[in-house]
Design a protein around this ligand. Structure first.
Ligand SMILES: C[S@@+](CC[C@H](N)C(=O)[O-])C[C@H]1O[C@@H](n2cnc3c(N)ncnc32)[C@H](O)[C@@H]1O
Length: 457
C-alpha cells in the first residue's frame, strides 16, 4: 500500500529542531513525522533538504541555519562531524553533559520508571585530547599511504592529523609511523581488492606511565622491511616500549586479527589506575578515558559498600582493573572475562600488585555465573561492566538466584541498562541510589553510568 508521507525526498523546507536523538542528530517534526538532521541543535530554525524517507521517519541535511542555538560552538571543522570522531563537538560541553543526563532519565521514563533519579553527568575540566588509544585506518589516497578516518557510511578516507579527542602524543606518533611507512614504500591496504599490506595503525599510551605501544596491523604475514621500520619507530618515538605486528588476513571490518608478533620490546604496556599498576596487551580492553575511569571506578567502589568481609563477582572484568581495586576492600573477588589475552593480563596484574584474593576465569560471564552458582559461591556484591549489548538473560537469572545484597551496574549503553534493570526487578532488585552518568566520551553521544541495585528484604 502506498503511504502518503508529509515530506518527500529532495524537498527543501523550514523546520524547528525540537530534540536530539541518542546519536546526537537534531529532530524536527512535520505532522508528527520525524526528520533526523545532522549538525542541528534544539531550538534552531533551519532550512533542511530531505535526503531520504522511510515509512516512519526521514533524514535531511542542513541547507542553512536561520536561527542559531546559543549553545552552538564551533571549535573544529566539518571533518570531525563527518567522520564521527566528534559528532557532538558543535554542542557546548555543559549542554552535552545535560543531554546525557536527560537521555538516561528519558529512557527510564519511557518504561514508566519516572521515579528513577539521574544525577548531573560528571564531566571533564578539559573535554578534549583524552583518549589513550587510537585505531587509525591506513589507505592509499592520491597516490600516498594515508592515515585518517572514514567519512561516515562511506569508504572514503579523510586524511587527519589532529584527532581532537586523542592524546596529542598519540596523534604525533601516528604521523611519525605513517611517514616511516611511506619512506619504506609499504603498501596501504586496499579493501576493495583485498590487497596491499598495512591495514591499521593502533597506538596506546599510558596516561601516567607514558609507555607507548604501536601496533601495525597487516593483511599479510610478511611485513617488508620490518626490522628497519621497527628501529626507526623506536628511534623517533622514545616512549615506545612495545612494537607489535598484528596479522589480520581476513576480509572483515574487525580491526585486529588473532596473531601478534612482537617486533620490539614487550608484549604489553603498563599504566596506573587508582594507585595500582596494570599490564595491557594489544588485544585487551582498557578504558579509553583514564581520567574519568578513576572517577567511575571510585564511584563503583563506593556504591559496592565494601567493608573487607565481602565476596565480590566482577563480571566482564577485562584486565582485572575493577576486580583488583575492589579486592583491596573485600575478602575475595572472582573475575570473569571472555578474551584470553585480557585474562592473562588480569592474572599478571594480580601478581604485579601483590593481590592474592582475586581469581580470574576465562569464560563467558553467563557460563561462569552458572558454574559459580552450581559450586555454591555466594557473592555479597556483583559488579557488571558489560559491552553495549548489556547482560545476557541467563546471567541475570543466575545473579538473581545467587541473591547478592547489591549489584553495581557500570553501563556504556543506557538502553540495555534500562532493559536489564527491568529484568533484575523480576528477582526483587530495585535501584537504591540515583543513577550517576560519568562522561567517558566527551564530544560523542556515548553515555556511561553507574547504577546500584539492592534486593528487597
Ligand atoms: C566494557 S568492557 C569492561 C572491562 C573492564 N571491566 C574494564 O573496566 O576495563 C567489557 C569487557 O567484557 C568482555 N566481554 C564481552 N562479552 C563477554 C562475555 N559474554 N563474557 C565475559 N566477558 C565478555 C570484553 O572482552 C571486555 O573486556
Amino acid at each position: 500500500m502506498k503511504v502518503n508521507l508529509p515530506v518527500h525526498k529532495g524537498e527543501v523546507l523550514d523546520v524547528t529542531i525540537m530534540d536530539l536523538t541518542y546519536q546526537g542528530m537534531g529532530v524536527a517534526k512535520v505532522d508528527n513525522y520525524p526528520i533526523f538532521i545532522e549538525n542541528a541543535l534544539p531550538e534552531e530554525k533551519i532550512t533542511v533538504k530531505v535526503t531520504k524517507t522511510t515509512k516512519n521517519f526521514a533524514f535531511g541535511d542542513v541547507e542553512k541555519i536561520n536561527q542559531v542555538s546559543p549553545h552552538r560552538v564551533n571549535p573544529k571543522g566539518r571533518v570531525y562531524r563527518q567522520t564521527g570522531i566528534a559528532p557532538l563537538q558543535h554542542l557546548e560541553y555543559s549542554e552535552q553533559l545535560k543531554f546525557k543526563q536527560h537521555q538516561v532519565a528519558e529512557l527510564f521514563a519511557k518504561v514508566h520508571m519516572d521515579d528513577v533519579e539521574v544525577l548531573p553527568t560528571i564531566g571533564m575540566a578539559n573535554p578534549t585530547q583524552y583518549r589513550n588509544k587510537a585505531q587509525v585506518p591506513v589507505r592509499q589516497v592520491q597516490g600516498q599511504l594515508t592515515t585518517g578516518f572514514y567519512k561516515k557510511n562511506s569508504h572514503q578516507l579523510m586524511p587527519i592529523e589532529d584527532y581532537y579527542i586523542q592524546d596529542p602524543a598519540i596523534d604525533k606518533a601516528i604521523v611519525v609511523v605513517r611517514d616511516i611507512l611511506r619512506k619504506y614504500h609499504e603498501a596501504a591496504y586496499d579493501e576493495f581488492h583485498h590487497s596491499g599490506t598495512i591495514r591499521t595503525i593502533m597506538v596506546r599510551r599510558g596516561y601516567y606511565s607514558h609507555e607507548m605501544m604501536v601496533v601495525i596491523v597487516t593483511r599479510t604475514k610478511h611485513l617488508p622491511m620490518a626490522d628497519v621500520v621497527t628501529q626507526e619507530i623506536q628511534a623517533a618515538l622514545p616512549e615506545v616500549v612495545s612494537v607489535i605486528q598484528n596479522v589480520n588476513s581476513k576480509k572483515t571490518n574487525v580491526i585486529l586479527g588473532p596473531v601478534n608478533n612482537v617486533l620490539a620490546g614487550k608484549a604489553t604496556i603498563d599504566d596506573q589506575l587508582l594507585g595500582l599498576t596494570f599490564a595491557i596487551s594489544a588485544q585487551s580492553f582498557y578504558q579509553v578515558n583514564p581520567q574519568q575511569t578513576e572517577k567511575l571506578y571510585q564511584l563503583a567502589i563506593d556504591q559496592a559498600g565494601l567493608t573487607g568481609n565481602e565476596t565480590v563477582i566482577d563480571a566482564y572484568s577485562g584486565i582485572g582493573t575493577i576486580s583488583l581495586t575492589m579486592a583491596q576492600h573485600a575478602k575475595q573477588v572472582y573475575g570473569v572475562e571472555i578474551v584470553p589475552a585480557a585474562i592473562d593480563n588480569a592474572r599478571q596484574n594480580a601478581d604485579k600488585n601483590g593481590i592474592t584474593n582475586a581469581t580470574f576465569v576465562l569464560d563467558s560471564a553467563e557460563k561462569a555465573m552458572a558454574k559459580w552458582q552450581a559450586d555454591g559461591v555466594k557473592p555479597d556484591v556483583i559488579v557488571v561492566d558489560p559491552p553495549r549489548k548489556g547482560l545476557d538473560a541467563d546471567f541475570i537469572k543466575s545473579a538473581g538466584e545467587m541473591a547478592p545484597k547489591r549489584v553495581v551496574y557500570i553501563s556504556c549503553n543506557p538502553s540495555t541498562l534500562v532493559r536489564d534493570v527491568q529484568r533484575f526487578a523480576e528477582y526483587g532488585y530495585h535501584i537504591s541510589a540515583p543513577v550517576q552518568p560519568v562522561d567517558q566520551f566527551p564530544q560523542t553521544p556515548h553515555i556511561e553510568s553507574v547504577t546500584v541495585l539492592e534486593r528487597e528484604q
